[in-house]
Design a protein around this ligand. Structure first.
Ligand SMILES: [Zn+2]
Length: 124
């Protein structure tokens, strides 16, 4: 077992079809940037290369308190596609970062360090 960053929240899939919990990914809080999280993918689930986040650029107005970054003069932000490797992409949970981070903040405030993907989806 590798060390996990302080405040790490582990997301797993507990679909009844799985014999045991399947790692999805991890997020850990960014020091000095409250409400901001970085992904640290579960090593066995990562399958090599990709994290689930992707950068999107769209025209939807940001809600108050959400974050956008400037990239090449445009506002960009990230969206995550949280995928259980056993359930597959058809059941992946899409989450804009501002929504996902709010869920993570709420879990952290309750001292939780792990959460089922279905619970994340229910709270987005
Ligand atoms: Zn699953």
């Amino acid at each position: 077992m590798t060390d996990r960053p302080e405040g790490n929240i582990f997301i797993y899939c507990d679909d009844p079809s799985h014999a045991k919990h399947v790692a999805v990914t991890n997020f850990y809080p960014v020091h000095g940037s409250p409400g901001h999280w970085n992904e640290r993918y579960a090593s066995r689930a990562a399958r090599g290369d990709k994290q689930s986040g992707q950068t999107i650029v769209d025209d939807a107005p940001l809600r108050e308190g959400s974050r956008a970054r400037q990239q090449k003069g445009r506002d960009v932000r990230s969206r995550y596609l949280l995928t259980c490797r056993k359930c597959g992409g058809g059941r992946a949970v899409p989450a804009r970062e501002e929504n996902l981070f709010a869920v993570l903040d709420a879990l952290a405030s309750k001292g939780q360090s792990k959460v089922a993907l279905a619970q994340v989806a229910a709270n987005l």
